[in-house]
Design a protein around this ligand. Structure first.
Ligand code: HPA
Length: 247
């Protein structure tokens, strides 16, 4: 089964999601961000969880990424498409761009970032050279082409701790490092999915130019407006991707 992890701006799949099961599982790592919803979205079975909770209550550094991924795995999820709102750094990442990153640089800190704590099992080192599932990325890119939705099919996602946005100098450094976009929730989610052998890809919606890329401050109302506008396209892509994943 496929799961969608909703990010900022995506707290539900809408009225055409037919809810069949709903659970707040007690995981060895604590509580999930919200109840895990299972049901059919226009006939396609999937699971959904909003990582910030149902009303954006949980900031990026406080999300229980371990509980969320563990709970999804536990109900039989084999693939995850994660939706993340990001700031654009690279020239092709203007606001409202949809992107499917292929790399990550993790600048976050202080997060519970592994199941391999050395407490009850051998330490497990995972290969993370290519952090996202090539197959799932391919599906998202393909449905983008099918639906005529332009997608940027590569990019490095720099993950900062937040919840504040970056300084212009921090973004300049991310750019030198090779980051194309910056967000706060890409990690440790992707690595945890890899540890549990869940296929994982990210669909990123650019909601602002990152700090200092434009010569003005970042406007929160503009971010919210872009989120609202972009999520319609995100949902259309997710639905088409979910149908392909099921086949
Ligand atoms: N920086 C970090 N996270 C974000 C941004 C940003 O500019 N926009 C949306 N999420």
């Amino acid at each position: 089964m496929l799961a969608i992890i909703g990010g900022s701006g995506l707290y539900s799949l809408g009225e055409d999601f037919e809810l069949q099961r709903q659970a707040s599982p007690d995981t060895p790592y604590g509580e999930t961000s919200a109840e895990i919803l299972q049901g059919k979205w226009q006939g396609t079975e999937l699971a959904f969880v909003p990582r910030h909770g149902s009303g954006h209550k949980i900031p990026p550094h406080r999300i229980n990424y371990r509980a969320n991924i563990w709970a999804l795995k536990n109900i039989g999820v084999k693939q995850v498409i994660a939706v993340n709102a990001v700031g654009g750094i690279r020239a092709d990442m203007a606001p409202l761009t949809l992107a499917v990153p292929d790399q990550i640089i993790d600048y976050s800190s202080g997060r519970e970032s592994t199941y391999s704590d050395g407490l009850d099992d051998m330490v497990k080192h995972i290969d993370f050279s290519w952090p996202y599932s090539a197959q799932l990325r391919g599906i998202i890119i393909e449905v983008g082409l099918q639906l005529g939705q332009p997608l940027v099919a590569s990019g490095t996602y720099g993950v900062t701790n937040g919840p504040r946005l970056e300084t212009a100098a921090e973004v300049a450094r991310l750019k030198v490092d090779g980051c194309s976009m910056v967000g706060m929730t890409g990690m440790p989610e992707a690595a945890l999915a890899r540890e549990l052998e869940v296929e994982y890809a990210c669909l990123a919606l650019v909601v602002n130019w990152a700090a200092g890329i434009e010569d003005r401050a970042i406007s929160m109302p503009e971010i919210l407006a872009n989120m609202e506008q972009g999520m319609h396209r995100v949902k259309a892509l997710l639905l088409a991707a979910a149908k392909l994943v099921q086949q």
